[in-house]
Design a protein around this ligand. Structure first.
Ligand code: TRP
Length: 332
């Protein structure tokens, strides 16, 4: 964070499940690159996680585990600010002020709120509705320039921009209006059991995903069980979503193009191809898993890193919040 002239990039990840192959190739790998190019801020969105019912012990364990997983994936606390959202109280403070500048009408139009309300019909709590405003606070708190977001979070970023612009118009220039960041590497990885849907870390079917915390045998077994298509050609084609997904995975892991992979496996059967993909993923994940275990086994060191991250984030957040409080008329 030393170089202030650099653009600020920020992203959060919810501590559910673990970092899957999809998260790794789709998001976390880009974060690793972003920390070289930008002043990057990454946090575990543990407050967002409270919007759905969760065993407290499980949430705490998953949050710690996620922190260790990010470090294992190469997110470097020397290069980026990494912390737990709940350790920086300014997120919640700014959320309140933004709440008072957000309309119930626009919030009730959020598609994710509608989807989640349907999914958690017994628990449509205020937090679920207010989720996007907390996200806006996360982003605006740091005068963020760039937010890498997937399709499912685009609407939330749009709302963040609307809130920032509205606030700036009403109270004078206060927030940087953030832009979406579309990373260069962006493999879309699909479920191993249903190649028509994105691989999701909250998929209830363990066979649909592999993650960096899985051991080699598990990873290879899941690939052996991966759903393929009829026929026997190893080619990327619209009517072959299963094999296309496996080709994309192998290509992304090995740093090859899908065309290279088609050539490499021409004439081979699905069975041996699936094993080859599984072994390649397992080999790539092995050092990550080892690092993950090492980090998780030293809780004191992990918490020390988290504390330092929160301190840096808090320092930056205070600068914005001080300005905001003044703008809206709170007594200094
Ligand atoms: N809502 C995001 C998700 O589920 C996580 C998140 C929370 C986030 N705050 C953020 C992402 C701020 C980007 C910026 O994926």
């Amino acid at each position: 964070m030393e170089d202030i002239s650099k653009k600020i990039a920020l992203s959060g990840i919810q501590p559910t499940g673990s970092v899957t192959l999809g998260n790794y190739l789709g998001a976390v790998q880009n974060w690793r690159k972003m920390q070289e190019d930008f002043s990057s801020i990454f946090f575990i969105a543990d407050m967002h996680a409270l919007t759905v019912k969760r065993e407290p012990a499980d949430l705490r364990q998953a949050s710690m585990s996620f922190f260790a997983q990010l470090l294992a994936c190469g997110i470097d606390p020397e290069k980026a600010i990494v912390y737990f959202q709940s350790h920086v109280h300014q997120h919640a403070e700014l959320q309140w002020i933004l709440n008072c500048n957000t309309y119930v009408g626009e919030i009730s139009r959020m598609t994710q709120f509608k989807d989640k309300s349907a999914k958690h019909a017994d628990n449509i709590n205020m937090g679920l509705m207010d989720y996007p405003v907390l996200m806006a606070a996360d982003i605006l708190l740091f005068q963020t320039d760039l937010v890498p977001v997937g399709q499912d979070q685009k609407q939330h970023l749009e709302l963040t921009r609307d809130i920032a612009i509205r606030f700036n118009n009403r109270y004078g220039d206060t927030f940087k209006v953030p832009e979406p960041y579309i990373p260069e590497l962006g493999a879309k990885i699909c479920s191993l059991q249903d190649p028509l849907v994105k691989m999701s870390k909250s998929d209830p079917d363990p066979n649909a995903i592999v993650s960096i915390v899985d051991d080699e045998a598990t990873i290879v077994r899941r690939f052996k069980r991966a759903v393929t298509d009829s026929g026997n050609e190893i080619v990327v084609r619209e009517d072959k979503p299963g094999i296309s997904n496996l080709i994309n995975i192998y290509a992304a892991i090995e740093g090859k193009t899908p065309a290279d992979v088609e050539k490499e496996f021409a004439g081979q059967g699905y069975g041996s191809f699936k094993i080859a993909v599984g072994e390649a993923v397992a080999a790539a994940f092995k050092p990550l898993r080892d690092d993950y275990v090492r980090y998780l086994n030293d809780k004191a060191a992990l918490m020390e890193l988290a504390k330092k991250g929160a301190e840096k984030a808090s320092w930056l957040a205070t600068k914005t919040l001080r300005k905001v409080r003044k703008r809206v008329g709170l007594v200094e």
